[in-house]
Every structure is written in structure tokens, then in C-alpha cells.
Design a protein around this ligand. Structure first.
Ligand code: 2F8
Ligand code: CA
Length: 161
């Protein structure tokens, strides 16, 4: 019986180690990291300002998400719909440095692929709106004031070791 218990313990440990090694994205209790095309995406469950979201991504070895293709946008949009939150999420696009000229914060490069909602970006009613969000309902982007608190999405390459 004792041997049986030891065997079960070792087998369980082996399974845990196997899955830990097989994962190319970080593991988290709430399963917030998801893999798509060699990148890992973190979908936050807490809400904060854009600057604080940026710092939070950097603290976990990632950056606020840059969305570079329609396929990537669709992956993110589908994932947001699985969460059933009606909230929108910060992404890494900003025109904080030059009004009207949006860049991806991680690389400071101009947006290539774009998916703005109709009429956006617009600095609604003259309010400074220098940070971008992705809308959960339609996957489109909107510029909003950077001090609004909302959930956010981080991105980093998969681990290769
Ligand atoms: O109608 C578009 C407009 O909708 C909102 O303002 C009423 C958005 N503001 C926030 O989400 C804070 C605007 O950014 C958006 O342009
Ligand atoms: Ca706007």
C-alpha cells in the first residue's frame, strides 16, 4: 500500500512537471495567459489606468498588446467574448507623444494594421483621448482618456527553451 502511494505521488509529480514544461506561456491560477501564433497574451481581471496597465505588463515581462493583423485582432476579440464581461480592454496604441499620430507603445512604430471603430479616433467632444481600447462587442478600436480604469491585454513572445 505504501509503495502504491509513493508511485501515485511520483506519477502525479511527473504529470505536473510535464505540463509545466510543455507550456510555452506563463501559468497563472486564473489561466489568464493564452497562446496564439508564437505569442502569449495576458487578459487582466483587474482594471487600471493605461499607464499603470503598461507598467503592469512590463513587470511580468510583456508589453501592452500591439495588434498587427486581422487574424490577431480576431483571436483577441473571440477571447474577450468568452469572458462575458461587457468591459472594453486597453491595448498598446497611443498618441500621447504627437496628437493624432498613433503608435504602438512597445516599438514606437506607427500603426500598420488598423481597426478603428467608425468615426474613431476622435477626441470625443474635445476631451483628450490619447490611449486606445479594443471594444468587446465588435472588436473595433476607440481612443479614450488614458486615466479611465479598465482591463488590459499584455503580449510577449512564447518561451522557446
Ligand atoms: O460615440 C463614440 C464615443 O463614445 C464614448 O463617449 C461617449 C467614448 N468615450 C469613452 O468610452 C470614455 C468615446 O471615446 C467615443 O469616441
Ligand atoms: Ca474616442
Amino acid at each position: 500500500m505504501e509503495n502504491c502511494f509513493k508511485f501515485a505521488l511520483v506519477a502525479s509529480l511527473c504529470i505536473v512537471i510535464h505540463f509545466a514544461q510543455a507550456s510555452r506561456c506563463p501559468l497563472s491560477e486564473q489561466d489568464q495567459w493564452k497562446e496564439f501564433r508564437n505569442s502569449c497574451y495576458f487578459f487582466s481581471e483587474t482594471s487600471t489606468t493605461w499607464q499603470s496597465a503598461k507598467e503592469s505588463c512590463e513587470e511580468n515581462g510583456s508589453h501592452l498588446v500591439d495588434i498587427l493583423s486581422r487574424g490577431e485582432n480576431e483571436f483577441i476579440h473571440q477571447r474577450l467574448n468568452t469572458y462575458r464581461y461587457s468591459e472594453d480592454y486597453y491595448i498598446g496604441a497611443t498618441d500621447r507623444q504627437h496628437e493624432g499620430y498613433f503608435v504602438w507603445e512597445s516599438t514606437r512604430s506607427a500603426l500598420g494594421y488598423k481597426n478603428w471603430n467608425v468615426g474613431e479616433p476622435n477626441q470625443h467632444l474635445g476631451t483628450p483621448e490619447n490611449c486606445a481600447e479594443i471594444k468587446t462587442d465588435n472588436g473595433k478600436w476607440n481612443d479614450v482618456p488614458c486615466d479611465i480604469v479598465m482591463r488590459f491585454i499584455c503580449k510577449r513572445p512564447v518561451s522557446r527553451e
